[in-house]
Design a protein around this ligand. Structure first.
Ligand SMILES: Nc1ncnc2c1ncn2[C@@H]1O[C@H](COP(=O)(O)OP(=O)(O)O)[C@@H](O)[C@H]1O
Ligand SMILES: [Mg+2]
Length: 383
């Protein structure tokens, strides 16, 4: 280590109040003071608040050097100590890729746990694509295809190119931010690790979040990279169709995007789901391929879902999309879930924490009246 990095390490160690050794690898992120971030957001004023998610609130801020940043104030429920926080932060700080949001630094003063990111002016895909009324940006076919491939590349990098790999856990439209040139950037990767393990990161504020959860993750909490692949598949279908994964205002039978796409696939009419806003101006061969990849990624069995590197190859036409796609698995509601497996059981999920409240044997099934969907639980297979 040269003298300069020694000095930076020393400074970070003092500012964070953690041992010198703990700071290894964190030299490339800045340590902000609480005062500095308070000034940048005018006292964390509401009019600077740009969003609120499962982890806390996000503010737009302007630093003294005029740089505009997104300041994420992690919720106070996080009881993680400074050392654990810093050690997890190191893994995030060193992960750099064109399709990942850049982390500038953090503030770890007292109880405060704050992350400072590059501010992305074009907001999220949820804003740009799925709530069209609040955005003036129109995404043409080329841009959409580029967004899908970019997200796939970012995820493939997290899953397969870094060690230890990172499972995102919360891939969804609001976690895909768009740069000035509409390059997609995945946000919130690695964030779940900044919280104590018993604290969930899954936001139930956004009704659609549920629609991204892989069945095996929602049911058993079993988390593998394939849970991200599932969420990516849902997102892919949303980008192509311009529709949210769940829309309770649509007629019954058409409320769940996955079901609709699957039915169209069976009728050999997949292309009719492509966003009407494109006015037919899209590449049909490519759109068909993308939709099939979406169905493949959302297979009920994690093993049938491809790895993200294979997804990139399929989307870019370098690998053939397997035709053996079977009906996707999905969960329609956080309410009671009826799970069919070798051992039938009733599982009640807590809507706020997504943790199991109760798991009972099949006798309860008889009195079970409002199960939203039945599917096969796959709890203990490897990634
Ligand atoms: N780096 C950023 N640049 C611009 N806007 C951001 C940034 N990070 C987050 N946001 C905005 O803040 C909102 C809330 O973010 P977050 O707390 O991660 O919750 P969620 O991802 O559940 O929406 C996002 O939906 C997005 O609109
Ligand atoms: Mg987010």
């Amino acid at each position: 280590m040269n003298c300069l990095s020694c000095l930076i390490k020393e400074k970070a160690s003092q500012e964070l109040g953690v041992p010198f050794d703990e700071v290894e690898g964190i030299e490339n992120i800045r340590i902000y003071s609480y005062k500095e971030l308070k000034q940048a957001t005018q006292g964390f004023h509401d009019f600077n608040k740009i969003g609120k998610g499962g982890f806390g609130s996000v503010y737009q801020g302007k630093l003294k050097n005029e740089a505009v940043v997104a300041i994420k104030v992690l919720s106070s429920e996080s009881k993680q100590g400074v050392q654990e926080f810093v050690s997890e932060l190191k893994t995030i700080a060193n992960v750099v890729h064109e399709n990942l949001v850049e982390l500038y630094g953090c503030c770890v003063e007292g109880n405060h746990r704050i992350l400072v990111y590059k501010y992305l002016a074009n907001n999220s895909l949820a804003h740009t694509l799925l709530s069209k009324r609040s955005s003036n940006i129109r995404l043409n076919w080329r841009v959409r295809a580029g967004i899908c491939i970019g997200i796939a590349r970012g995820l493939s990098f997290l899953h397969e190119e870094i060690k230890p790999h990172i499972v995102h856990r919360d891939i969804k439209a609001s976690n895909i931010l768009l740069d000035d040139d509409l390059t997609p950037k995945i946000s919130d990767f690695g964030l779940a690790k900044l919280f104590p393990p018993n604290m969930t990161h899954v936001s139930t504020r956004v009704a659609g979040t549920m629609g991204y959860l892989a069945p095996e993750y929602a049911i058993s909490g079993k988390l593998t990279r394939k849970a991200d692949v599932y969420s990516f598949g849902v997102l892919l279908l949303e980008v192509i169709s311009g529709r949210c994964n769940t829309n309770k205002r649509l007629p019954v039978g058409d409320q769940f995007l996955l079901v609709t796409v699957w039915n169209l696939h069976e009728r050999d009419d997949l292309l009719s789901i492509v966003d009407a806003e494109l006015d037919g101006d899209f590449n049909p061969e490519e759109a068909h391929r993308f939709l099939k990849v979406g169905l493949l990624c959302t297979q009920d069995s994690p093993q049938l879902r491809p790895a993200m590197s294979a997804v990139v190859q399929m989307l870019t036409g370098k690998k053939v999309v397997s035709l053996e796609t079977i009906k996707p698995g999905f969960i329609s509601d956080f309410g009671d879930l009826k799970v069919k497996g070798e051992e039938s059981k009733v599982v009640t999920l807590n809507t706020t924490s997504c943790e199991f409240l109760k798991t009972e044997k099949s006798s309860a099934l008889n009195s079970f009246t409002h199960a939203s969907i039945t599917f096969t639980a796959i709890c203990d297979r490897e990634d």
